[in-house]
Design a protein around this ligand. Structure first.
Ligand code: G3H
Ligand code: 13P
Ligand code: ZN
Length: 315
């Protein structure tokens, strides 16, 4: 068994009207929580690594742990660079064993985004690595992915078809109303599904039938995890995410990869807070980290079964 790229898993997801979950990883317990869930659901999975996660753990550690996950679970796992900022970072992780990369040139002007994306595609494809790019801007307030709501612009369907034609990317992240982090909507949740359908229509007209679309900023911001954080000393007010029925609808359309990070952060933090509160004399990391890992496994299993629909995608 070896790591796989995302080509085949996203193709199957398109045909089966489901989506593969792409979960952000930073350490061993998160990796194990996610892959144990995928294994239990007999599902393929994408483990993705942001630039800050690369800085935190180092690509060598993460690659080695994910390779161990492939060996021990036997399921299809793609190791993916999330929001790759430049060619050098993409090349570094590809040379380290990543099987998929995102180049995020969404903050550049259109022609520069094309030019820089193409450079990554050329190198990645020569190594059998798949490439995701982004067109349109997500609103967001979290960490290194920081685009003010004022600048947020949705993806232009005509541009999407031209972009894919000219860059040769394998999948495309689009902006239809999602955003990163735990505070996605002030009022009612709303996604532009007409725009998603239109992107697909334009891609088909340009010769890209069944082209996989990616949804970033797709955490549901589960109430149970937020409540757990707040009940045990946290202070997370006014958080809101993408309702599960909207995620299911996206997955039944052209969205084949759905990104979730915030849900894992909230869940892990809530579970650890609870454990430490209930076990004030415990100082064994295996206690609270183990509790967090189990919580994540249950959480991700629920996502796979009830939201993404990728159960048994390994068959
Ligand atoms: O999309 C962004 C992810 O949530 C990564 O966040 O840069 O804090 O690792 P991070
Ligand atoms: P969330 O912040 O909604 O989990 O989105 C994560 C993401 O898009 C990672 O690329
Ligand atoms: Zn993202």
């Amino acid at each position: 068994m070896a790591l796989v790229n995302t080509k085949e898993m996203l193709k199957k997801a398109y045909e089966g009207n489901y989506a593969i979950g792409a979960f952000n990883i930073n350490n061993m317990e998160i990796i194990q929580g996610v892959v144990n869930a995928a294994k239990a659901q007999n599902s393929a999975v994408i483990l993705q690594v942001s630039k800050s996660a690369l800085n935190f753990a180092g690509p060598e550690y993460l690659t080695a742990m994910v390779n161990a996950a492939v060996e021990t679970t036997g399921i299809d796992i793609a190791l993916h660079l999330d929001h790759g900022p430049d060619f050098e970072t993409a090349k570094r992780v590809i040379d380290c064993g990543f099987t998929s990369v995102m180049f995020d040139g969404s903050h550049y002007d259109y022609e520069t985004n094309i030019e820089k994306t193409k450079e990554v595609v050329e190198y990645a494809h020569s190594k059998g690595v798949t490439v995701e790019a982004e067109l349109g801007k997500l609103a967001g307030v979290e960490d290194e992915v920081n685009v003010s709501a004022e600048n947020a612009t949705y993806t232009d369907p005509d541009q999407a078809a031209d972009f894919v034609t000219r860059t040769g990317v394998d999948s495309l992240a689009i902006a239809i109303g999602t955003s990163h982090g735990a505070y996605k909507f002030k009022g009612e949740a709303k996604l532009d599904f007409d725009r998603l359908a239109n992107v697909t229509k334009k891609l088909e007209a340009a010769g890209f039938k069944n082209f996989p679309i990616v949804l970033h900023g797709a955490s549901a911001v589960d109430k149970a995890s937020v409540d757990l954080c707040n009940q045990y000393g946290g202070k997370i007010d006014g958080a809101s995410g993408i309702p599960n029925d909207m995620l299911r609808k996206a997955a039944s359309m052209a969205v084949c990869k759905i990104n979730m990070d915030t849900d894992l952060r909230l869940g892990l933090t809530g579970a650890i807070r609870k454990y430490l509160f209930e076990n004030p004399s415990s100082f064994d990391p295996r206690g609270y980290l183990g509790e967090g890992r189990t919580y994540l496994q249950n959480l991700v299993e629920g996502k796979i079964k009830n939201v993404l629909g990728s159960t048994n995608s390994m068959n």
